[in-house]
Design a binder for this molecule. Structure first.
Ligand SMILES: [Zn+2]
Length: 348
């Protein structure tokens, strides 16, 4: 891919085509900008009048705040699930939905045994307020934005197990009771797949699939043994392209991620992107490239653009913040990702 700076190209793709084509490693008129994870900011809440915490449970407000990512920031995608806690009430966890300036948090972890996990029917799942809100928000967005890529999000079984058991308890189990871990993940995947497909039916073009088997806490061997066979099956069961999201430095498990057949990997900038690209090669597209805590939160639009150029040169197909952004991130830094994408000439 040859890059030239400066000249603004003409755009001939809709945001949805641009995003989906890049997701599958295909041709694009310019690099798309997406958000597999949340880009909600306090500035966007103030501009739209749709605020945390109401947006987590009110489909209309959720859709309005999510759409701001496209309308106000210019992203090619809209993604209406702002936290990681939407499925937690399904597991019986109590949630603190937070306030205007904080993300929701799971305050109880009811699981002791795999038998404690009850897989709901689709109807039961849809009765859970937080689940219903996301599915309805996607339906509203699909209706209003036929040309924009709508991304849904469903947590993977590893993340659901953190909610259900608590992070420490679940990680202890990986050493002390791997059988319980396996049985739990098997059951929890049903919730991941069911929620993902409810969002696909409501109109989602792709599903972000965060499974927080993060570098510092989970070894590459654990990732390979517990998750690779499971992820491979899950991908075939979801009726849309799937974007894996894992935070932290994931280079030591990239070879396993390459085997899972996800369409795209949403990576953290702690990972050496050139090395990551070498390992994933053309098997999995890359989304991300823009650092949250230093660049988006405290950097300047110029810092953002420099990182965007670097990421595309390294082979990133979709520019995106690396994870859910801090709520006080300035909008001008998020807009700079889109400005950079419009400047970057791609030689194909
Ligand atoms: Zn993340």
């Amino acid at each position: 891919m040859a890059l030239q700076k400066g000249k603004v190209m003409s755009e001939w793709m809709t945001p949805k085509r641009r995003f989906l084509s890049a997701l599958f490693g295909g041709r694009v008129d310019r690099i798309p900008v997406g958000n597999p994870t949340s880009v909600a900011t306090i500035e966007l809440m103030e501009e739209t009048g749709a605020f945390f915490p109401e947006v987590h449970l009110d489909a209309k407000k959720m859709a309005i705040l999510a759409a701001a990512g496209h309308e106000i920031l210019g992203f090619d995608t809209i993604m209406p699930y702002f936290s990681v806690q939407v499925e937690a009430p399904v597991l019986g966890c109590e949630i603190n939905w937070g306030d205007k300036e904080t993300m929701p948090d799971c305050i109880t972890h009811p699981f002791k045994e795999a038998e404690d996990i009850v897989v709901p029917t689709e109807e039961e799942l849809l009765k859970v307020h937080s689940i219903r809100a996301v599915v309805d928000a996607i339906r509203i967005l699909r209706e209003e934005y036929p040309r924009v890529a709508i991304i849904g999000k469903a947590m993977g079984p590893w993340t659901l197990a953190y909610h259900g058991y608590g992070v420490q308890n679940f990680l202890m189990d990986t050493l002390l009771n791997p059988e319980r871990v396996r049985n739990s993940l098997e059951k929890l995947q049903e919730i991941s797949v069911m929620f993902a497909n409810l969002q696909v039916r409501a109109g989602a073009d792709a599903i972000c699939f965060p499974d927080h088997a993060t570098g510092d806490l989970v070894s590459p061997e654990m990732y390979r043994d517990f998750l690779v066979p499971l992820h491979k099956r899950i991908v075939t069961r979801i009726g849309a392209p799937v974007i894996l999201h894992v935070c932290g430095d994931t280079l030591n498990r990239a070879q396993y991620i390459a085997e899972e057949h996800f369409d795209c990997f949403h990576y953290d900038t702690k990972t050496d992107v050139a090395e990551l690209k070498k390992i994933l090669n053309k098997k999995v597209s890359l989304a991300g490239g823009i650092n949250n805590p230093e660049v988006l939160l405290f950097g300047t639009p110029d810092d953002v653009k420099k990182q965007a150029h670097f990421a595309v040169k390294a082979g990133v197909e979709i520019l995106a913040p690396e994870c859910a952004i801090p709520l006080t991130t300035p909008n001008k830094n998020l807009r700079a990702i889109v400005e950079a994408a419009k400047e970057i000439q791609i030689g194909r």
